[in-house]
Ligand binder design. Structure first.
Ligand code: GUN
Length: 290
């Protein structure tokens, strides 16, 4: 039997609907809508596309979003000043510094300067540390989107064998932590893993976040496994995933397509994170799962 193909856009719409209802309820009670501030520095075309998508989503759900565009030749000090100013501005609930930053910028210093209580990406070491300790405050949006897909499709996570291929700070590492916190037994694989296909074949839940097109084929997949493809590589005008759909679809139980799987979930979870930060900062109640 062929895998169920996940409709990421439909799940993202449900998450956004919940966020929109939450913001509307706050506004009805006289509270301002959350303020999301995005820092976009440089000329990376993919980043410009992502940021435009984030601005459109903010508008759909009622988040006040503002994009700051410091020039591509900005210094680390200039970005630190901007991020510091946003951190001290009471109107700002959520800050996102789009990466990659231009090469002359010390990205680590800039990301570390984002106020942890406004860190909508969950990239700050304090938030990453809390996630690692099993008492998360805010977690990175793409792995949160993967967890939401598993929850939506009622994939059992507790006690499951999960394998994450990739150890990036944006996806692989936080994904492993979220799965661990949800009581999965987790293995993190990477470019030096011996017998990668053999390890992956043990997975009930297989998350591919390598950026290598079609790397995961049917020989990596246990029959019936949930396969989450986080790949998002542009090849000749098309977006391609890490999973070779043709050989995996007949074997897996669940499969996220590229495009249309994890991608739409990332922005939806960003909206949800912005609401969570605004709630925490202002002491507002969150109703529902937003
Ligand atoms: N660049 C690619 N993905 C992301 C993301 O999730 N957050 C930020 N800030 N930059 C990115």
């Amino acid at each position: 039997m062929a895998a169920t193909i996940v409709d990421g856009k439909a799940i993202a719409t449900q998450v956004e609907d919940q966020v929109r209802r939450q913001i509307a309820a706050w506004r009805d009670a006289g509270h301002p809508s959350p303020g999301l501030h995005v820092v976009l520095c440089g000329d990376d075309p993919a980043s410009a596309t992502y940021v435009a998508g984030k601005a459109r989503a903010s508008e759909r759900v009622g988040i006040r979003s503002e994009v700051h565009r410091p020039p591509a030749d900005s210094s680390t000090e200039e970005l630190l000043a901007l991020v510091g100013r946003l951190g001290g501005d009471d109107e700002v609930d959520a800050i996102l510094v789009q990466v990659p930053l231009p090469p002359q910028i010390d990205s680590g210093r800039v990301l570390d300067a984002v106020a942890p209580e406004k860190d909508v990406d969950g990239f700050h070491p304090v938030n990453f540390g809390l996630l690692a300790e099993g008492r998360p405050r805010i977690a990175p949006c793409t792995p949160l989107g993967c967890m939401e897909i598993l929850r939506h499709h009622e994939v059992p996570v507790r006690g499951a064998r999960a394998v994450v291929v990739g150890r990036s700070t944006i996806v692989g590492r936080p994904m492993a932590l979220l799965l661990t916190n949800a009581d999965a037994t987790v293995t993190v694989c990477h470019s030096r893993t011996a017998d990668l296909a053999g390890v992956c074949r043990e997975a009930d839940i297989l998350v591919a976040a390598t950026g290598k097109v079609d790397m995961i084929d049917g020989s990596f997949v246990k029959p019936g496994a949930a396969v989450i493809d986080v790949g998002n590589t542009r090849v000749g005008g098309r977006v391609r995933g890490d999973v070779d759909r043709e050989s995996v679809e007949p074997i897996a139980g669940l499969l996220t397509p590229v495009p249309g799987g994890v991608g739409p979930m990332t922005i939806a979870m960003l909206m949800s994170n912005a609401v969570a930060l605004a709630a925490a900062r202002r002491g507002l109640a969150v109703t529902g799962a937003a």
